[in-house]
Design a protein around this ligand. Structure first.
Ligand code: LLP
Length: 439
């Protein structure tokens, strides 16, 4: 027993350094870094396609009448969104910008769902004018919509977002359905029934659906199942008390992906089968079944993306060893914002490992992209890859500290395409105005 810690240490050192990086070899990623420069987001287009089809097949097989909306916020690169559109996704949008993007790529009307929790009159008008399905988050939202349709004398299709008070067992910043969170309308005081009644009675509103999204990066199927129970309760009450039949029931996104070695995935087939079974059971005597809509983001793009960075220096102190790279939380904010874990690979290096912090180049102490990782020692000029960076990576990036944004490339088979050019340093000043009297 006395020797156990020593034996564990030995085992860790003896174990092979995990060198796989999804579909890409280390050499491939090094090649992209050399050709396109760093920091560089690399996406595997084939993987995105595969994940989309796995997910949509799982829900189609389990339920039949389904529709999959891609939550654009996970990755809004035009070519990535276009790829998902080509494969058959519809678009879940959170802002006028995202609706604009969806329309730019050719989505129309009911293939666009607008789910902001705080819509301005301008955004509402834009949504009504473009016939998108509008998902209402509060009674104020409903008033805003009524004022808009009356002004434009134009019809709108609506759903309401229900807050089901389900604990999704994920990080608190990405848990959306607790009764104290800002999202959705609660059941408990019947406000949602009041909203439906008002919308149903309004000549310019068509009641289309009900919506709920309980959170993100969920790795357990039980919160999804519990949520179905609550949403179907609302569906039943709407029919029984108000005579309302819905076209769709949107059960949100949130399916997590494994970020750690050895972590078990949550398979969409498992979630789809459990959800579909319960929906069918709960609604079997209702006389109708709404379509089942889902709106994942991370599941499609998360593990298809890598952020590749260059090693600028390796610093050893009596307390810590640091690998200093040419990116930071400005380009991958998840570790500092959610204490998120991204696997790191020192590309092209194997062998003995030491404990390193992988540090970004932002002038903040918290800019550590990976703490206490057992990694091979890199040389200056080597590259590292942060894995599973395809979702909420580039989309949440900023130019903080005046670093330009990374370039992005997409790989499909043998084909490599730049899908976002590396900005020029002058781009950092776009739209700024230097006042003449200060020059
Ligand atoms: N639908 C709604 C209404 C949402 O708010 C979201 C995500 C989704 C769908 C898609 O969720 P997904 O399938 O991607 O989990 N930045 C955080 C995640 C924020 C999620 C925001 N809403 C992160 O990096 O973990």
């Amino acid at each position: 027993m006395r020797y156990l810690p020593f034996l564990i240490c030995l085992a860790v050192y003896a174990a092979d350094y995990p060198t796989e990086t999804g579909r890409f070899s280390h050499e491939q990623l090094i090649g992209y870094a050399q050709e396109y420069g760093t920091p560089l987001y690399v996406y595997d287009g084939d993987r995105i396609k595969e994940k989309f089809h796995k997910f949509s097949k799982a829900f189609k097989d389990a339920y039949g009448n389904t529709k999959i909306y891609y939550a654009l916020k996970a990755n809004t690169n035009l070519s990535i969104v276009a790829l998902l559109k080509k494969e058959g996704a519809s678009a879940e949008c959170i802002s006028m910008g995202e609706i604009y993007l969806a329309r730019k790529l050719g989505w129309k009307g009911e293939d666009i769902l607008f789910t902001s929790s705080s819509k301005s009159p301008v955004e509402m008008e834009y949504a009504v004018n473009h016939d998108v399905v509008i998902n209402l988050d509060s009674m104020g939202d409903l008033e805003n919509l009524i004022a808009t349709v009356e002004k434009l004398k134009k019809k709108a299709r609506v759903s309401f977002r229900l807050n089901t008070d389900v604990d999704p067992k994920t990080h608190k910043h990405i848990s959306t359905s607790h009764k104290t969170t800002k999202f959705g309308i609660l059941f408990e005081n019947d406000q949602i029934m009041e909203g439906y009644k008002r919308a149903y009675d309004h000549p310019l509103l068509e009641v289309w659906g009900i919506h709920s999204h309980i959170g993100s990066q969920i790795m357990d199927d039980s919160p999804f199942v519990r949520n179905v129970k609550l949403v179907t309760t609302a569906v039943k009450r709407l029919k029984q008390e108000l005579g309302i039949e819905l076209k769709f029931m949107d059960l949100g996104g949130g399916l997590g992906i494994p970020y750690r070695d050895g972590q078990e995935p949550l398979e969409p087939e498992v979630v789809a089968n459990k959800m579909a079974k319960l929906v069918k059971q709960e609604l079997k005597d209702l006389g109708y079944m709404p379509a089942l809509w889902m709106e994942p983001g991370r599941y499609f793009v998360g593990d298809a993306g890598f952020l590749v960075a260059r090693v600028n220096s390796v610093k050893d102190t009596p307390y810590k060893h640091f690998i200093n790279v040419d990116t930071g939380f400005n380009h991958l904010v998840r570790p500092i914002l959610y204490e998120a874990y991204h696997r790191v690979r020192v590309l092209g290096r194997k062998g003995e490992r030491e404990k390193f912090d992988v540090a970004g180049n932002i002038c903040e102490t918290g800019d550590i992209l990976a703490y206490d990782r057992m990694l091979p020692r890199p040389s200056v000029g080597d590259y590292v890859a942060f894995m599973d960076a395809g979702a909420y990576g580039f989309t949440m990036a900023s130019e903080y500290n005046m670093f330009t944004l990374p370039a992005e490339i997409m790989v499909r088979g043998d084909k490599v395409d730049v899908i976002r050019k590396r900005p020029d340093i002058e781009d950092l000043f776009r739209n700024q105005i230097l006042l003449k009297d200060l020059e």
